[in-house]
Design a protein around this ligand. Sequence first.
Ligand code: PAF
Length: 280
Amino acid sequence: MQIFRDLPSLEAALAALRADGGRIAMVPTMGALHAGHMALVEEAKARAAHVVASIFVNPTQFGPNEDLSAYPRREAIDAAMLAEAGVAALWAPDVATMYPSGFATSIHVAGVSEGLDGAARPGHFDGVATVVAKLFGQVRPDIACFGEKDYQQLAVIRRLVADLDLGVEIVGVPTVREPDGLALSSRNAYLDASERARAIALPEMLVAAGEGVKAGEDVPAILAWGTRYLLDSGFASVDYVALCDAASLAPLAVLDRPARLLAAARIGRTRLIDNIAVNP
Ligand code: PAF
């Protein structure tokens, strides 16, 4: 696997892959790879002849109170994992390559990016949409794989690709979980033993609330129960527990279409998010 840091050499390598025939699947990441990322790579491999991964810790999706400098960076380990998994090329540009002097574009995906994490992290999805559009412009993949763990991000990217006719097939890959149900996340590394033990209240709550919604219980009452359950289980604060349309993420008060139950909450200083599908 070759690592590319400038666009001309990436483009030459992509031309060679295309000449070889078959589709190119992309797995965009910010590094600090875990089994959830490797599931994206496996899905990409199953769907395309060549897999191109990217590692870029994108500054524009971090808020002023989010510690960009503390974000884990361990490219050598990540690159070894990707090479071992059969990735053909790694695109790992630096910030100046992605955002050269004079860079002036920001993409805002209205509606789907504005509630939930968009409300809790202003500007976050503008940063995500802009960098993903740029990564797609650089790599021009046929397919790109994203985790359902970041479900709102996936919904924003689907809207972005449809609205701008980007011509990339977006594949959502199911969340990979620990044996006790906790969704894999780079942020789990920040949890101490006691927080890690209490964190399973998040997936437990989603499963129980999802069963209640499917059984026809009152949705606002279940969402309020979910918030209380997290606080009673040791979460410090809850940003949201919400039932939303699976595509637009508009809030739902009744389960009358494919939906997603999503939650974000802080345990100690770590903010965890998770979600599950809830279908009528
Ligand atoms: O999910 C991530 O790792 C990032 O948000 C992404 C999609 C690579 C954009 O920076």
